[in-house]
Design a protein around this ligand. Structure first.
Ligand code: SF4
Length: 377
């Protein structure tokens, strides 16, 4: 007989209040070893783990029900213990150019954004790493309210899979860019856990050479990434050619400074052999002057880099504007004349707020305006 005291029952309590059901585990947060241990504990052989993974990543399964070569009992046990996906799609927007953006609502109610971009044969996705962002770049919608929390590896993977599900069977994801909401290097464990699966042949099978991690430049984390030995592409968001202007645009620069960022990027290049990319959001009247372009060429001189210049995508409520065609052309001409490899990125999905953080902020207004957005319940 139990010696535990009998606790008084609350007569008005509902069944769920009396015995709150423990939240199911997010399967995408479960490592291969953990899944095999879980299976072994129920008498299933280890190869079942491989089957389950194949269903998730190659088979694009949306539920355990569809994993038809697993015993029905195992499917039921999986469904009882795990959630395959634990977020939902609060909103989906589709642009005329084929860009699709999902506002993902996480299990705790936080929201992040992820984007699928179609460009020729490429099927690139841009994925978030944090809810909000602490870097505070003044022109960015994602950082306006600071950071709430890091995403887990499973939550990052879930964005990738939700975007994969939007492709027809004949198409597969080709490139991943960690450039959505958040600073990926401020959440290195979560990001690397997700990317380990993304690049695994048993996961999404995307070569690290087709995976880009974008950062404002956090030197210790860049060094950790280099020490990991996986040759991901590194894209450093510069946005200004000197500390004075960069500290205004990217406030975290006050604590770091451009030189240490560049030195860490150089170390990454030496360790990985991957050509560096620098990002530069071109803001009309702010960092698009000829003087800025000339200063930028001096900063980049001697470095093997690709300079990605992105004309600003305006955010309602922020005072920044798209640069004029003339200033874009002048900026480009100065960089190219100095031998800088420069690419002016086409803005995709403008009408669906494809720049990170914008859909999350604008959602209420946009759905009310009847534009090309598709609410998902
Ligand atoms: S641009 Fe990137 S790093 Fe800067 S606030 Fe936005 S999400 Fe954060």
């Amino acid at each position: 007989m139990s010696s535990l005291p009998v606790l008084p029952q609350n007569p008005s309590a509902t069944a769920s209040e009396e015995s709150p059901r423990p939240r199911k585990e997010h399967l995408l947060n479960t490592s291969d070893d953990q899944l095999k241990t879980w299976l072994a504990g129920r008498g299933y052989p280890a190869f079942r783990a491989k089957q389950i993974r194949r269903w998730i990543y190659a088979g694009r399964a949306k539920s355990f029900d569809t994993m038809s070569d697993l015993p029905a009992k195992l499917r039921a046990e999986l469904a009882d213990h795990f959630e395959l996906f634990n977020a939902s799609e609060a909103h989906v927007s589709t642009s005329r150019d084929g860009t699709e953006k999902i506002l993902v609502r996480l299990s705790d109610g936080g929201e992040v954004e992820c984007v699928l971009l179609r460009d020729g044969d490429r099927r690139s996705i841009c994925v978030s790493s944090q809810v909000g962002c602490a870097m505070g770049c003044v022109f960015c919608a994602s950082g306006l309210d600071g950071v709430d929390r890091n995403l887990t590896g499973g939550e990052i993977l879930e964005q990738m899979l939700r975007l994969q599900h939007r492709l027809p069977e004949s198409e597969r994801l080709s490139h991943i860019v960690m450039m959505g909401m958040g600073e990926p290097l401020a959440n290195l464990p979560g990001v690397l856990a997700a990317l380990d699966v993304a690049r695994s042949p048993e996961g999404l099978g995307i070569s690290p050479r087709r995976i880009t991690i974008s950062t404002v430049g956090l030197p210790p984390a860049i060094d950790k990434l280099a020490a990991g030995g996986v040759p991901y592409n590194l894209a450093v968001s510069l946005h200004a050619p000197n500390d004075e202007l960069r500290s205004e645009l990217v406030p975290v620069n006050k604590k770091i400074g451009i030189e240490p960022v560049l030195a860490a990027a150089d170390r990454y290049f030496n360790a990985s052999g991957r050509r560096l990319t620098f990002e530069y959001v071109l803001l009309g009247g702010i960092n698009d002057s000829e003087a800025c372009a000339h200063e930028l060429t001096r900063v980049l001189r001697g470095r093997s880099v690709m300079m990605n210049v992105i004309p600003y995508n305006p955010v309602a409520g922020l005072p920044y504007v798209t640069p004029s065609k003339e200033s874009i052309a002048r900026f480009r001409q100065i960089l190219e004349a100095d031998g800088v490899n420069v690419m002016f990125r086409q803005r995709k999905g403008d009408e669906i707020d494809a720049a990170c953080g914008q859909l999350r902020r604008h959602r209420g207004q946009r759905t009310a305006s009847g534009q090309s957005t598709t609410p998902v319940t």
